[in-house]
Design a protein around this ligand. Structure first.
Ligand code: AMP
Length: 300
């Protein structure tokens, strides 16, 4: 079947309605476009589980604070549609902002607590924008399953909670982080980096991996991990560290000691580009057969 590109809610409802009548399972991958291999991995995961795959391409204005990169965020609609075609996506939804936010809306979906930590501290209002647009998109597409990346670990936790509490009958899948050869997590924002900054940016994953290896060798102190990751990040070049945190992967609250699966998360500004990354480490599974670290939540 050929790819359809919808720009209105009615077009989406009609196409998804027809797929549903034909008994197809609907999978949904929300994105802001500028598609890279990380996005494609979500589309492929959806393709495996579902017989009708919908991808949204929408740079959501409400999740950017004034002064953030909304204006300069990469917009590559034609290339994104081509990529979706190659990946055998069935429907692309690429709405204009007034389709999503016409009529001066006054409704916001807010998830308390989980959004007050990590990226929520540095980007006030960001998660309200994300959660509200995802709730709108869920209501428009009404998928059976929706696919998100572990790269944005906090986002995935918050969306799971919102979907559960608002009774969206949608299975939420969280897929491993896809990385460049040097370990840098793929991100549309990597395009902002100069070549020196791009080389420096590899330190995020290197520092996280070194932390996972320390856990494998028996380190359990969150403070010691934070101190070492901070030192590694600072040693790589000029940067501003928004946070280095060791937290419970469900509650996102800081832990003192690594025990059960623990999320180690960082947010760093290199120049004006804000990069995030994370690794799940697990003391119980820390030492593999070869004595190496066994980080989870990672692409092979
Ligand atoms: P974005 O377009 O940045 O809003 O991302 C759309 C979806 O792709 C989100 O669920 C992200 O977590 C996911 N994503 C972004 N980068 C990656 C990556 N490197 N690996 C896996 N998923 C990713």
């Amino acid at each position: 079947m050929s790819l359809k590109v919808a720009t209105t809610i009615d077009q989406v409802r009609e196409a998804v309605g027809r797929a549903r009548q034909a008994g197809r399972k609907v999978g949904f991958v929300p994105t802001m476009g500028a598609l890279h291999a990380g996005h494609l991995s979500l589309i492929r995961a959806a393709r495996v589980d579902c017989s009708f795959v919908v991808v949204s391409l929408f740079v959501n204005p409400t999740q950017f604070a004034p002064g953030e990169d909304y204006q300069k965020y990469p917009r590559t609609l034609d290339a994104d549609v081509q990529a979706c075609r190659r990946e055998q996506v069935d429907l692309v939804f690429a709405p204009a902002a007034d389709v999503m936010y016409g009529g001066e809306p006054v409704t916001t979906v807010h998830v308390a607590g989980l959004t007050d930590v990590l990226c929520g501290l540095d980007r006030p209002g960001h998660f309200d924008g994300v959660i509200t647009v995802v709730a709108k998109l869920f209501n428009i597409v009404q998928p059976d399953a929706a696919y998100f990346g572990q790269k944005d670990a906090q986002q995935a936790v918050v969306i799971k909670r919102m979907a559960a509490e608002l009774f969206f009958p949608i299975e939420i899948a969280v897929c491993p982080t896809v990385r460049e050869d040097d370990g840098l997590a793929m991100s549309s924002r990597n395009a902002y980096l100069t070549s020196d900054q791009r080389a420096q940016a590899a330190v995020l994953y290197a520092a996280l991996k070194a932390a996972a290896e320390r856990v494998a060798r028996g380190e359990r102190s969150a403070a010691a991990l934070v101190e070492r990751i901070t030192a590694d990040l600072e040693a790589a070049g000029p940067c501003k560290i928004d946070y280095v945190s060791v937290v419970d992967p469900e509650t996102l609250q800081p832990v003192d000691r690594v025990a059960a699966p623990t999320l180690v998360a960082v947010a760093v500004r290199i120049g004006s580009t804000r990069l995030i990354d994370n690794l799940l480490v697990d003391a119980a599974r820390a030492v593999g057969k070869n004595g190496g670290a066994q980080p989870t939540g990672e692409a092979p």
